[in-house]
Design a protein. Structure first.
Length: 262
């Protein structure tokens, strides 16, 4: 247990390092450790947090202070608090081979401390999930032998835009990229995802699907209704899927996957 810090006449617990195991509370013989949720203990929580930052860490066992019995039962010990730091691990009454670890260390320290009935607050572990900045590459997350890498090497959609250009207006807001929609449909066909609603959910969650669709982690996935709208609109009027099918078939013939006859 590494959350204890030593002052001249008091130990404090670092609230961010305490794991809230509760062992020190139950092991303290005089019940001097209190949960930080109790009323009227705010000043002790603040004191623990402040002095744990500047006092030395202590992880070794210590014998009880010689005047421990003298302080037993004394009220309002806060007035005797000394802000000077202790010696931490620099002074130990036991050799290294006899030092305790984990919760045993904390229990022994707490027992020694509270025989003098000095106040120590059980700190509260503050968990923060702040935004992190890190480098992330989808390219490195998709295995080299993944099926979608093999499929991607055969996907050629350069003609899609040319075929669809006459069916888009020169005004209004930009549309969903038609190549993105075709790539999403390819994923659905290859992995048997027949529901377009579920297909969009899978593309949103799956890194390999995002990689094939050329979407980064924050890239928005089209709404499922976009596909039915285009299927019954631009795709049907332009007859886009027929030349796309013919292109795939011709490539399969060149690769020797089909014979080119019925």
């Amino acid at each position: 247990m590494n959350c204890f810090y030593e002052g001249e006449n008091m130990l404090v617990i670092h609230p961010d390092e305490c794991i809230d195991c509760g062992v020190c509370e139950t092991e303290c013989p005089v019940e001097a450790i209190k949960a930080d949720t109790g009323s009227g203990l705010e000043k002790w929580l603040e004191l623990n947090a402040d002095y744990a930052k500047i006092w030395p860490n202590i992880t070794v066992n210590r014998a009880p202070p010689p005047d421990a019995k003298k302080w037993e039962g004394v009220a309002d010990k806060a007035q005797y608090f000394l802000p000077a730091p202790g010696e931490g691990n620099e002074r130990s009454l036991l050799p290294d081979s006899e030092k305790l670890s984990s919760c045993d260390t904390g229990c022994s320290l707490i027992q020694s401390l509270h025989e003098a009935e000095l106040k120590v607050m059980m700190g509260h572990r503050r968990v923060e999930q702040a935004v992190s900045f890190y480098e992330f590459s989808l390219e490195r997350r998709v295995p080299l032998d993944h099926l979608l890498r093999s499929i991607d090497s055969f996907v050629e959609l350069s003609e899609v835009r040319r075929e669809l250009t006459p069916f888009y207006s020169s005004m209004a807001r930009p549309s969903i990229d038609p190549e993105l929609m075709i790539r999403i449909l390819i994923i659905g066909y290859c992995f048997g995802i027949r529901s377009e609603r579920r297909l969009c959910e899978e593309v949103h969650l799956n890194l390999a699907y995002r990689w094939l669709c050329r979407l980064d982690l924050n890239g928005p996935v089209p709404d499922h209704s976009t596909f039915s709208k285009n299927r019954h609109g631009r795709f049907r009027r332009s007859d886009l899927l027929r030349p796309l099918f013919d292109t795939v078939l011709q490539r399969c013939i060149r690769e020797g996957l089909v014979g080119g006859f019925i």
